[in-house]
Ligand binder design. Sequence first.
Ligand code: SAM
Length: 212
Amino acid sequence: MNKSEKFWDRTAGNYDKTEERFEYIHNRSRDNAKEHLKETDVVLDYGCGTGTTACEIAGHVKEVQAIDISSRMVAIAKGKAADAKKANVNFAQGDIFDERYENESLDVILAFNMLHTVPDPEKVVQRTLELLKPGGAFISVTPCLGGKMTLLVRLQILLMRVLLAAGVIPIPIRRLRTADLDRLVAVKGFQAVRTEEIYKGASSYFVVARKG
Ligand SMILES: C[S@@+](CC[C@H](N)C(=O)[O-])C[C@H]1O[C@@H](n2cnc3c(N)ncnc32)[C@H](O)[C@@H]1O
């Protein structure tokens, strides 16, 4: 088990105890995403966490394949889908780089609150380009910890930097700015069709990029 998997396994049990501000960001991200989904879509939810978004969009699409590096997140997500009787959601432990995925097989790829934590976001974007069908959409929401934010959030980031330096948080947490996200999807083959700062106080940035 690698460091990242261990870390996310440790956080899984408490993940759903979100503060109100995160609930707002979650709801807004989901509602924005729904505007770009169709009943016929096969969706990959990359870094699905405890599966809340996957379950909430399931009724609006044909199928959701939801993956997460953490087996504990996936176990909680499976329980949630069973309780909510969501038969078209499939949760599995895995990464977007797994060989099981075929090029041009997906209509939509979601990456919610996770691009700032992966070792190489550029590689993730390239991979999404390969896996999306022409016309498919990459939909992300990303905390931009390098942007303007409230004093409370700045203090939380300071604490996080101490924990990162001490090795308590053993994963890369990038302090991205909205311009970094704009650059990330400004690659040949993608066109950004929507961007929105959905919560300025914590600088959460929503992006939809369509494959040409
Ligand atoms: C901050 S949580 C976000 C969860 C969910 N998408 C949400 O918006 O609530 C980040 C998630 O990404 C997962 N993750 C991190 N790196 C990953 C990777 N390389 N492959 C798959 N999942 C990953 C973590 O296990 C964690 O569940």
